[in-house]
Design a protein around this ligand. Structure first.
Ligand SMILES: Cc1cc2nc3c(=O)[nH]c(=O)nc-3n(C[C@H](O)[C@H](O)[C@H](O)COP(=O)(O)OP(=O)(O)OC[C@H]3O[C@@H](n4cnc5c(N)ncnc54)[C@H](O)[C@@H]3O)c2cc1C
Length: 380
């Protein structure tokens, strides 16, 4: 095969590293952080992403760490009463799992071979790409170069590789700010009143809570509308009083959950997105994951899309010459990514509408066809 440099050691980067290593590529993985850090909250893994993990040979290890998903119960903002359930097909939930992002990341990292075929470079921030006729180089912040036959940009929403492939537009602030925190089960489970997943919907805020960590924890994510945002990043400490103010008019259980956030680690981050992109590849370089199609978290499909990308990109490269493989990769993936970007945004609007109308009514919940996709078998 050849040498590939992968920029970014998130879920997209490590998944594609594993897929390329299977096919005999020699991998150099550049991660800007000094080490892999276990951060992030809970993740939903849809059936399509599970199929991707199966393709990577990780099904058994994944199933050990993951747990079942359950239909969400939508709660009225003011009273906390459960609303009539939305008229949706929940069959896919039997195949959906959830787990801690840190557990998924660790599972992928542990699967990387130690035989020298995968070289990890930490503290390696890629600032530019230099492409010639015979090779492509990642230029690091210290001025050094890593030459290879292919370069894959899996460097997240603020991707530097994207600048080379698509151009220099900045992500746009969506008007949402997210807050995440974990509560011990003994505090939060009673406040869920026997439900596994609750979503409290207000006009300007949602609070989603679900058990995770094999029943030890409750993962809580609040998403609120906001005029502006401060710092960027995933691990910015949040102010509990500010979060509590957003939920001052919510039902007592939601207020109690939000108040309990003050006892532990509370993080906040602004949600950015980008319009669906065209031109995911250029020469010897391709993009995947959030670098090419960041999605809002309302459907919980961001990490899954990254795994799907990794599988399709590696399958394409193992079956076709590079230019043809890249063309098939983008043609196959772009419509699905654009659909999920749009539906994730629509789902955010639907939650807000429920908050205003105080009924689930005809709010457009997700389309089941989103889940009938298997990256390991879909024609290339
Ligand atoms: C720390 C963290 C916490 C997260 N927490 C959540 C969460 O709680 N819930 C949720 O739904 N989603 C979360 N996400 C996002 C979610 O994991 C991603 O949307 C999804 O998995 C797609 O992953 P990705 O690999 O494309 O991008 P990312 O997960 O953003 O990974 C990109 C990686 O590239 C590295 N990188 C960036 N620029 C460079 C560069 N120039 N050179 C070298 N390396 C670079 C970053 O350090 C990062 O490791 C989190 C992401 C991160 C990074």
């Amino acid at each position: 095969m050849g040498r590939v440099t992968i920029v970014g050691g998130g879920i997209a980067g490590i998944s594609v590293a594993l897929a390329m290593l299977r096919d005999g590529w020699t991998v150099t993985l550049c991660e800007q952080a000094p080490a892999f850090a276990a951060s992030g909250a809970g993740l939903t893994i849809a059936p399509s992403a599970r199929a991707g993990l199966r393709f990577l040979g990780l099904e058994a290890a994944f199933e050990q760490k993951a747990e079942m998903s359950f239909p969400p119960v939508i709660l009225d903002w003011a009273s906390g009463a459960a609303m009539a359930p939305p008229d949706i097909d929940h069959r896919h939930l039997g195949q959906t799992r959830r787990l801690l992002r840190s557990d998924l990341h660790a599972l992928l990292v542990d699967a990387l071979p130690r035989d020298g075929s995968c070289q990890m470079r930490f503290g390696a921030r890629v600032v530019d790409v230099d492409e010639g006729d015979r090779a492509v180089a990642a230029i690091l912040a210290d001025g050094s170069r890593i030459e290879s036959d292919l370069l894959l940009g899996a460097d997240g929403i603020k991707s530097r590789v994207r600048r080379y492939v698509i151009g220099d537009e900045t992500p746009r602030f969506t008007g949402y700010v997210a807050w995440r925190f974990m509560l011990p089960a003994e505090i939060a489970v009673p406040l869920l009143r026997g439900r596994a997943v609750t979503i409290t919907c207000g006009a300007d805020a949602t609070l989603t809570c679900y058990t995770i960590g094999k029943g030890r924890l409750v993962n809580c994510v609040a998403i609120v509308r906001s005029e502006g945002w401060g710092e960027e990043g995933w691990s910015i400490p949040g102010d509990p009083a500010e979060l509590a103010a957003h939920f001052a008019t919510a039902h007592p259980d939601a207020r109690a959950i939000v108040a309990a956030a003050a006892e532990g680690a509370l993080f906040t981050w602004a949600l950015f997105d980008r319009a669906p992109a065209r031109g995911w590849t250029r020469g010897r370089v391709a993009l995947l994951g959030d670098a090419v199609h960041p999605v809002l978290p309302f459907l919980g499909l961001g990490a899954g899309l990254a795994i799907e990308d990794a599988v399709i990109l590696a399958r394409s490269l193992s079956a076709y010459p590079r230019a043809d493989a890249f063309r098939r990769y983008e043609t196959g993936r772009a419509p699905r990514a654009a659909l999920i970007q749009r539906m994730s945004a629509d789902q955010g609007d639907a939650f807000a509408r429920i908050g205003v109308e105080r009924t689930v009514g005809t709010a457009p919940f997700f389309d089941r066809s989103l889940f009938d996709y298997d990256p390991s078998t879909v024609p290339l």
